[in-house]
Design a protein around this ligand. Sequence first.
Ligand SMILES: Nc1nc2c(c(=O)[nH]1)N[C@H]1C(S)=C(S)[C@@H](COP(=O)(O)O)O[C@H]1N2
Ligand SMILES: [Mo]
Length: 406
Amino acid sequence: MKRRNFTKNALLGSMAALLGTDIVFGAHMPSGYSPLGLQDPDPFKLFNIDPQLVVLNNKPWNIEARAHLLDDKITPNKFMFIRNNGLIPEDIDAASWKLTIDGESVQQTKTYTLAQLKSKFQQHTYQLTLECGGNGRSEFDPPAKGNQWTIGAVSCATWTGVRLRDVLEDAGIKSDAVYVGYHAADIHLSRDPNKEPISRGAPMAKALQDETLLAFKMNGQDIPIAHGYPLRLVAGGWPASVSGKWINRISIRNKIHDGTKMTGTAYRVPCNPVGPGEKVKDEDMCIIESMPVKSLITYPKSGATLNMGKKLNIRGHAWAGELEVSKMEYSIDFGATWHTCPVEKPVNRLAWQHFSASISFPKKGYYEVWARATDTQGISQPMLLPGWNPKGYLNNACHRIAVKIT
Ligand SMILES: Nc1nc2c(c(=O)[nH]1)N[C@H]1C(S)=C(S)[C@@H](COP(=O)(O)O)O[C@H]1N2
Ligand SMILES: [Mo]
């Protein structure tokens, strides 16, 4: 009884310190309660992000951008979506951070400090598109469970680090290697230390690409904590879940990695198309690899008005997973006719590309401007939600904005 009171008083003391004021009547607060004032920290201050971002979930934190916030060619930290499967690691110490390469198919298990990674291997910088596999999920009907991302779970920041390939080769890759799987320091929602929130990976061919990085910088600075400080895997063009944050171990596997969220229905779609709402057996679900072609109109913001006779200048980005975007078109008549517009080459492979157009309107009234990208294999974005799937992945339907000509 005494001890319990002592713990409660100590707890009240530390909660008061956090709140910056005394908790009046705190002694009456039922044990196990935490004051509301401590429960929901302001995520915009917490993560130093723009308050126009949209919070979809606070446990874990999931926050998305909006089309007009993604207008920059290089996504700044403050507009970058945050997607967590568990709790952000506490007490991160970069000075003692270690990365271990192990697994059935490593020649020699090796551990590196961050300083060793930085000094031993050549550093590379790439701009890389990261899109959550569930971006666009909110449009699925019947709906899919999970964060209801609209269009804002995509980013294209600049990442600096060492090639995963160089590190894997330093440890030695056995000839039977098939996959890499990552392990990270984030905490399972249950706080059970034996459970991982997520442990995904990629086939060796993706792991060994030039652009697949073990990154320690984002946009030229230390990676923000929410995005994986101090070390993150970055595999552009694939579902961003492959790009593990807070990485401390990578296993070279002699089979497809079977970590948390690699199996069952997670980040998988039906191997063969199914009807909306159909049940699909786990064994009929296939792992998502390269993301499909997609684009976003980032200027103007939907709802813009313009005087008749003036031209509307639109711009945005387009990307196509492992491929490049080879053609960009827009429509102002709900897809009845399409007009080609210029699209720039990517600054490097797996970076998004920029398009722009100057549009004339025939008369006053309400319009929608639609954008449609086509990849180098001739595959275009659908105008409506493509293949329904149980978890609501890969919605690459055309983006559109409303425009009023007055
Ligand atoms: N360790 C760890 N890595 C992770 C995740 C996570 O929850 N834990 N989420 C993944 C998913 S699903 C996505 S979409 C991206 C999001 O990256 P971001 O938060 O930096 O935008 O991180 C991936 N890497
Ligand atoms: Mo994701």
